[in-house]
Design a protein around this ligand. Structure first.
Ligand code: ADP
Length: 350
């Protein structure tokens, strides 16, 4: 049996302040969905609504076809891992992992099998007899993951599971999580993070949250190539957001004519064009932007140039720049018409 997760217009409020506003979202069976957004945007609240730790003021939560909105957490069959591991300090690793199984009154032999399996999967079999204090942060998090997997959940909720780890451990654990998901292809995973690298690496789809609302949802490639909103464009990757007026075959940015596909908007509408900084080149080309260099940052493989064009700062990430311009120089940047994306939610008729 596999089951996905469905939020049907789920609203959560604390003291009458809405912190999750009518969320509609489906996670398909076996899919990894990242909830990505800044701190306070409502991600953890959405996750806790699935787990059963917060009650929506309206809307329903489904696991597969089951409406679980009124079920207590322990009857939902969900595995959950939070940032701070939350292991029981007085219990050995194996007993921490067995905890949820004992609570479910599963037979002793079965518990031994499942604990062994879960510790094996997370690479922690050799640490079964240790106490949490005898483990590193990364190892403790593995135990927390083993504990969640031991109940063989159909749905796994991960709340910033890597954010307490240092950068190097984090990237190792990210690969581990991807491997685990390959070994458990039927488990639906909801993964809360504020880190776009984690979301882009792990997720089949990303739901972008801001200020209690779902802003955008799509595969990492879709959100990166064709973001719908300014928020997504700048939160998933970097973006130049050019305010333009739509013309008959393109757009006007200040005094500059731009060739781009603006067929999604009526001529005369004000809109936003998104151009990724790494798709902006230095020198002559289609769609020329001439302006003054205001800042240059060396970033190892690239130089980031900030160029003031028509009163806006345009970013260009340039590789192999042998003779960088100087501050105050006039330069010309360019980008291809197909690399400019008209933001659907950035079209205004005023
Ligand atoms: P995120 O996970 O995106 O950082 P949260 O879902 O944790 O955001 O929080 C969303 C908002 O709800 C925040 O403004 C937070 O302060 C508020 N909030 C979360 N939990 C509670 C609570 N138990 N009581 C009151 N306000 C809360």
């Amino acid at each position: 049996m596999t089951s996905g997760i469905r939020f049907d217009s789920v609203t959560v409020a604390y003291d009458r302040t809405v912190v999750l506003d009518a969320l509609d979202l489906s996670v398909e069976p076996g899919e990894v969905m990242a909830l990505l957004g800044p701190s306070g945007s409502g991600k953890t609240t959405a996750l806790r609504a699935v787990a059963g730790f917060v009650r929506p003021v309206s809307g329903r939560v489904f696991l597969g076809d089951r409406d679980v909105t009124d079920l207590p957490p322990y009857r939902r069959g969900i595995g959950m891992v939070v940032q701070q591991y939350a292991l029981f300090p007085h219990l050995r690793v194996e007993d921490n992992v067995a905890f949820g199984l004992r609570a479910r009154r599963i037979a002793r032999d079965e518990i031994r099998t499942r604990v062994g399996e879960a510790l094996e999967m997370t690479g922690m079999a050799a640490y079964a007899r240790r106490h949490p204090r005898e483990l590193s942060g990364g190892q403790q998090q593995r135990v927390a993951i083993a504990r969640a997997l031991a109940i063989r959940p159909e749905v796994l909720l991960l709340d910033e599971p890597l954010s307490a780890l240092d950068a190097q451990l984090r990237s190792g654990m990210l690969a581990e999580l991807a491997r685990l998901h390959r070994e458990l292809p039927d488990v639906s995973i909801l993964y809360v993070t504020h880190d776009q690298v984690e979301a882009l690496t792990l997720a089949d789809r990303i739901a972008v949250m801001d200020r209690a609302r779902l802003q955008d949802c799509g595969t990492p490639q879709e959100l990166y190539r064709v973001p719908r909103t300014e928020f997504t464009a700048s939160f998933v990757g970097n973006a130049n957001l050019l305010p333009v007026t739509v013309g008959d075959a393109g757009a006007r940015f200040g005094e500059i004519d731009i060739k781009a596909d603006t067929s999604g908007a009526a001529p005369g509408a004000r809109a936003t064009l998104c151009v990724r900084p790494h798709l902006v080149g230095l020198g002559e080309g289609p769609n020329r932007l001439t302006g003054t260099v205001r800042e240059i940052q060396w970033r190892g493989p690239t130089h980031r140039l900030y160029v003031e064009v028509e009163g806006h700062r345009v970013m260009a990430d340039l590789r192999e720049l042998r003779n960088p311009p100087a501050l105050g120089d006039r330069v010309t940047l360019h980008f291809a018409p197909e690399d400019a994306v008209l933001l659907a939610a950035g079209v205004r008729d005023d």
